[in-house]
Ligand binder design. Structure first.
Ligand SMILES: Nc1ncnc2c1ncn2[C@@H]1O[C@H](COP(=O)(O)OP(=O)(O)O)[C@@H](O)[C@H]1O
Ligand SMILES: [Mg+2]
Length: 360
């Protein structure tokens, strides 16, 4: 018999994607194979409290996990690599609990962006997913685009600027953007996810509104030429050796894949495999593996592309290092279509965490 390992799932977080994390984590906790792992969970509230949670995972999505105090104990994750790990703070005492691995199921800021990964690296505890560098650079769309350019990865024309620069010279920046990118232009905060603060500006006037909206979420924005094409995603798994899934396609029910189209309206369509030729599907898989390597990813990432309508060019959109993880999310679904069922996928991800730790 293989000894059971303890895996700590961390969920929630101080992020605009807190609620999405609750749904993802509930699925992850339910589907981790219990014959190999015992699962513990640590929730981070929207205002940043860390609570060890001993209740059922189905209470996560609607926030009921916070209702019963008896199931919650204040806790921290210590960076001390000798006696560190999970520490419960009970009645004025600190009680360490040994965990063999951590599975951060946190989306966006303060979880997917390298901050949590830095803490986990210091602790020396193996953890699922990308290390600090890849997490941080994939989170920042301006930095990720610049690194992709340095690797000659094809993507939409883009530029970025800060709120400070905009305050000094708004007109010149906007005129330059229209001259360089044309219209429409996609405007995004550099560091959000789930389409929060993203808009499509069709006129110079809409561009001003879009940029100002994006600055509500971040002090840096990214502007991109609008690509007219199909949205294609590819799930990648692995450390040095990688496996790219069958690519999938998203057909947003709105003009673009905004927050509502992702989570509220629910009528966006998903096709797995994407409706492309075998040759194009293969090209997307190869490109996804290249991007994964160029951005120094490990464990997992979902690499999103556009396949341009007029010439079939495969353009990188973005890399998500902790993509949506419910059983109906694209990442698990694309691997399911590639022959790896969800519980086995979770097992592989945890094993990759152990492997990365042995080799570090
Ligand atoms: N350059 C672009 N051309 C066309 N559509 C875009 C472009 N950039 C973003 N979009 C649309 O906006 C959505 C969200 O943008 P994305 O960069 O993926 O941000 P997020 O990290 O919030 O998912 C995409 O899924 C797509 O529908
Ligand atoms: Mg996206």
């Amino acid at each position: 018999m293989i000894p059971i390992k303890t895996v700590l799932v961390i969920f929630g977080g101080v992020s605009s994607e807190h609620d999405v994390s609750l749904v993802s984590a509930s699925s992850v906790i339910e589907n981790i194979p219990k014959d190999k792992y015992s699962v513990l969970s640590l929730g981070i509230t929207k205002d940043g409290r860390w609570l060890f949670y001993t209740g059922e995972p189905d209470k996560l999505p609607d926030g009921r996990w916070l209702e019963d105090e008896a199931l919650l104990t204040p806790a921290v994750f210590s960076p001390d690599s000798v006696s560190g790990g999970l520490i419960l703070l009970e009645n004025g005492t600190a009680r360490p609990i040994k965990v063999d691995a951590v599975f951060p199921v946190l989306h966006g800021k303060n979880g997917e962006d390298g901050t949590m990964q830095g803490l986990l690296e210091l602790s020396g505890v193996p953890f699922v997913g990308c290390p600090t560098l890849a997490s941080a650079l994939c989170m920042d769309k301006a930095v990720a685009n610049a690194v992709a350019d340095a690797h000659n990865i094809t993507q939409a024309k883009w530029l970025g600027f800060t709120k400070y620069e905009y305050t000094k010279n708004a007109n010149a920046l906007l005129n330059n953007a229209v001259a360089k990118l044309g219209l429409p232009i996609f405007v995004k905060p550099a560091n959000t996810g789930s389409s929060v603060g993203v808009s499509k500006a069709k006129t110079a006037q809409e561009l001003v509104t879009a940029v100002e909206l994006a600055f509500n979420f971040d002090k840096k924005v990214v502007l991109e030429e609008a690509v007219d094409g199909m949205e294609v995603e590819c799930a990648v798994l692995g450390n040095d050796e990688t496996l790219a899934s069958v690519p999938g396609e998203v057909v947003p029910c709105h003009e673009f894949y905004d927050y509502d189209a992702k989570y509220i309206t629910g009528t966006s369509q998903l096709y797995i495999p994407a409706r492309l030729t075998e040759e194009k599907l293969k090209e997307v898989q190869n490109r996804a593996a290249e991007v994964y390597k160029a951005l120094d990813c490990r464990g997992l990432a979902r690499v999103d592309f556009f396949v341009r309508k007029n010439d079939g060019a495969v353009l990188l959109n973005e890399v998500n290092t902790i993509p949506g993880f419910t059983s109906i999310s694209m990442y698990p679904k694309m691997f399911e279509a590639s022959g790896i069922p969800y519980p086995e996928l979770l097992d592989r991800l945890i094993q990759l965490a152990f492997l990365a730790n042995e080799n570090s």
